[in-house]
Design a protein around this ligand. Structure first.
Ligand SMILES: [Zn+2]
Length: 101
């Protein structure tokens, strides 16, 4: 897991993964695609997150890799305290994001 985080950080640093947000994502079973984060095949048994970034960059990731990328892409945002957001909003935001398919 640590090495995967490291890999995602490296890809963010050298531009192989986007830093901008993904306004909309889709989810579904994999179909043998390569994960853009870990480079491993996403089998049909696994769930894939597909999305297009704000700058038009299409990415496909394992669910696990997506969350690592999402947490790692914008450390500045993470430093902003969640205390400002109400807890209820937090849950709704997560639901909206994952249910957008
Ligand atoms: Zn992956």
């Amino acid at each position: 897991m640590n090495s995967l985080r490291q890999l995602v950080r490296e890809k963010l640093a050298d531009g192989r993964l986007p830093h901008d947000s993904i306004p909309r994502v889709w989810g579904g079973p994999g179909n043998g695609e390569s994960c853009h984060a870990c480079d491993e095949v996403i089998p049909q048994a696994a769930f894939i997150i597909d999305g297009i970034s704000a700058s038009g960059w299409g990415i496909q990731l394992h669910v696990q890799c997506f969350s690592i990328w999402d947490a790692g892409r914008a450390p500045d945002f993470r430093l902003r305290s969640d205390d400002e957001a109400t807890r209820g909003d937090e849950a709704r935001r997560v639901e909206g994001r994952w249910m957008s398919a």
